[in-house]
Design a protein around this ligand. Structure first.
Ligand code: ADP
Ligand code: MG
Length: 680
């Protein structure tokens, strides 16, 4: 097939590069032109086709120029209205012409009308379409007509269609009662009139079911394959020696929750295996993931290997460093701290410790995976808040271990944003997942209050009171996405203003641009309780742990995403005191902002919030396509197709074991060259 360079460029914008991509470019909806309705009996609220003769044609000004034609059939009359029209159309739609209109009929002030219908001049008795008209997703500059023709052309091309052989074993097709692939594709492109348009639109028709199954299966196959490939490497065998870990648990001020014990055991078992662990640890904010990570690190160290913990922000990395140092140093373990902003000489000394193995645990930011960092024997890499890191950064840290020996270190990723089950079954199918599903006991739930910005004076007294009671307060400044500078400026202004309002309080300010040294000092004095009110930008979003802080004010909460709000709110309610989170918002609220605020107001469970967030935004935005690197599902809907997802999951393992060639062909068909982006 030959297409112009121009069309080719448009097609590639739609991800269409090969003939097969055209075949798999399926309609988003259909128009039914197989049927004519009498004007007066046509159903409302849906697209219908009618036919009649133009009996009146007039350009009116009310108040804008528009072309209005009256169209009549044997049952009645209908106005068609064009708000934008060419001069030539006045002639085309002359009185006496017979037209077929496709559109939605509305009953307005001037009777029944169709605004901007699809309109075509026809002869009397002209035949109707014998299949529904597919409408394809397209892009600017590429018309439905051109795209439709190209697709039609490939479907007619026997050679191209021959490549569409079955990749599913008979057995699978029978087990899940799946429709044939070729039949399904032909049916979706050109559905015969007897097919229920409702089933097509809702994507419940067997043809859609087959396509969605194939798509989900391709995703499962490619992710499980990556999983198996990584598993084929050797890893250091880190057995559970129970020397350091036992000591550590004995001196801990609290007992692990049942959920912590369960996930710690899952991780411990993985570490003792000969293949690298690739596990995602999920748990809501405050569920106590750090301690589970610490136990894993100890198991590596017990075995004479090093462990590394990487965190996305300096504040969080520093906090981990302090916490882990106080936990580990009494056990005689040396902990190193690496950040991008350290002085060269100082840094070199730390790098040497890491290279020699005298540093048994290294804690740091992304500085940890830069080239100069060489580990003596890295056994375990832990990545906190994994979604914050890019694919390449995660890969780099994992590869660190492979330098000194051929062993690939174990990898533990931690996610603060709970991931709904269907999403973790699909987009995270290349990882083993552990979930901490309970919070430590004795946490008083955070009370959330929504307050319009014009009532902000009401919260002043509340802050005053909290501080007088010896409590501490966070004041979170608005997120200004377009400009860092503006965000900083707002934070400074807020800080100044609050100084005026509370002359007798000790107020601190922390933001992303603050030099590391100062950041550390501010956070330390907040932790010690010297600072009573901490004004902060969203840098404190993740990880920060100051249990005595029990009141948080978030400004312009309507601008923030759900997971961000949930994370921020998770900074309070960490002690046994009842905590309050006040969400200040600016009116008027957009529809989506109102929905978000309602969800965060009504729910405290991170998994439930994540589920609703996924519904609100869809997986692409929820995951952030950039971070996930996994090809997005085009046809399957995780909410609707949970059963198919489970089926695809079982099938994937069966196919990789018993039909590896078919599995390979299936992946190539559906993902082609997209698999290289897979998460590492
Ligand atoms: P997150 O899962 O959000 O990373 P952290 O690991 O920061 O949570 O833990 C939150 C707080 O709960 C910390 O102060 C931690 O010391 C404390 N904590 C963790 N586990 C327990 C437990 N089993 N009992 C009581 N407190 C705990
Ligand atoms: Mg954490």
């Amino acid at each position: 097939m030959t297409v112009s360079a121009n069309v080719q460029e448009k097609l590639s914008r739609l991800g269409i590069r090969h003939e097969l991509d055209l075949i798999l470019h399926l309609p988003i909806r259909y128009e039914d032109e197989t049927h004519l309705f009498p004007i007066t009996d046509a159903p409302q609220g849906q697209t219908v086709q009618v036919e009649g003769v133009i009996v009146h044609n007039e350009v009116v000004v009310r108040p804008r120029r528009q072309l209005v034609c009256q169209v009549e059939d044997s049952s009645g009359i209908l106005a068609m209205r064009f708000l934008n029209f060419y001069g030539s159309q006045i002639k085309t739609y002359a009185v006496g012409k017979r037209v077929r209109l496709l559109g939605e009929i509305r009953h307005g002030f001037f009777g029944a009308e169709m605004v901007h219908p699809k309109c075509r001049i026809v002869r009397e008795g002209e035949s109707l379409a014998d299949t529904m008209t597919p409408i394809y997703p397209t892009t600017a500059g590429l018309t439905q007509k051109t795209l439709g023709k190209l697709i039609e052309q490939v479907l007619q091309d026997t050679h191209a269609m021959q490549t569409l052989t079955e990749t599913l074993p008979e057995k699978i097709i029978n087990t899940y009662r799946l429709a044939g692939l070729r039949d399904s594709i032909l049916c979706l492109h050109n559905p015969p009139p007897e097919v229920s348009i409702a089933a097509l639109q809702a994507r419940t028709h067997p043809a859609w079911r087959r396509i969605k199954f194939d798509e989900l299966l391709a995703q499962q196959l490619s992710m499980r394959l990556h999983y198996r490939q990584r598993r084929s490497h050797s890893a250091p065998v880190l057995t559970q020696k129970n020397t350091l870990t036992t000591h550590f648990l004995e001196q801990l001020a609290f007992k692990l929750t049942a959920a912590q014990i369960k996930v710690a055991a899952e991780i411990s078992r993985d570490l003792a295996a000969v293949h690298p662990m690739q596990r995602l640890l999920q748990g809501d904010v405050g569920s106590g993931k750090t301690i589970v990570a610490a136990l894993a690190a100890l198991q590596a160290i017990e075995n004479g290997f090093q462990a590394a913990i990487m965190a996305p922000t300096e504040i969080l990395a520093e906090q981990h460093f302090q916490k882990l140092s106080t936990w580990f140093e009494p056990l005689g373990i040396s902990v190193a701290w690496l950040s991008g902003s350290q002085k060269k000489k100082h840094k070199q000394a730390i790098l040497d410790d890491i290279a020699l193995g005298t540093a048994q645990l290294a804690v740091g930011t992304h500085a940890l995976f830069q080239e100069q960092v060489l580990f003596h024997q890295l056994g375990l890499a832990i990545i906190d808040e994994q979604h914050r890191f890019g694919v390449h950064q995660r890969l780099a840290l994992r590869m660190k271990g492979a330098q000194s020996n051929n062993l690939v270190p174990h990898q533990l990723m931690m996610s603060a944003t709970p991931i709904p089950r269907t999403l973790s079954m699909s987009y995270f199918a290349d990882l083993d997942v552990s979930v901490i599903d309970e919070l430590p006991p004795g946490r008083a739930p955070v009370v959330t209050k929504l307050i319009a910005d014009d009532r902000r004076s009401e919260i002043i007294a509340r802050i005053q009171y909290a501080c007088r009671q010896g409590k501490q307060v966070y004041w979170v400044c608005p997120l200004i996405e377009e400009s860092d500078t503006l965000q900083l400026q707002t934070a400074m202004e807020t800080y100044e203003n609050l100084h005026q309002v509370f002359p007798d309080l000790n107020i601190g300010l922390v933001h992303g641009r603050l030099p590391t040294q100062e950041k550390t000092e501010v956070m330390a004095s907040f932790k010690q309780g010297d600072i009573q009110l901490l004004v902060a930008t969203t840098v404190i979003e993740v990880g920060v742990d100051v249990p005595n802080a029990s009141l948080m004010v978030i400004e312009n909460a309507e601008r923030m995403g759900l997971s961000q709000l949930h994370q921020l709110r998770g900074r309070v309610g960490r002690g046994s005191e009842a905590s309050i989170c006040i969400l200040l918002y600016q009116k008027p609220l957009s529809d989506i902002a109102r929905k978000r605020l309602r969800i965060i107001f009504e729910h405290t469970d991170g998994f439930e919030i994540a589920r609703q967030d996924l519904n609100l935004r869809g997986p692409g935005e929820f995951l952030g396509a950039r971070q996930s690197g996994v090809p997005m599902l085009r046809f399957a809907d995780l909410e609707q197709d949970g059963a198919l997802l489970t089926a695809a999951q079982t099938t994937a393992d069966e196919m990789l074991n018993d039909y590896p060639d078919l599995a390979q062909r299936h992946i190539e068909r559906w993902l082609g060259d997209k698999t290289e982006y897979l998460r590492v």
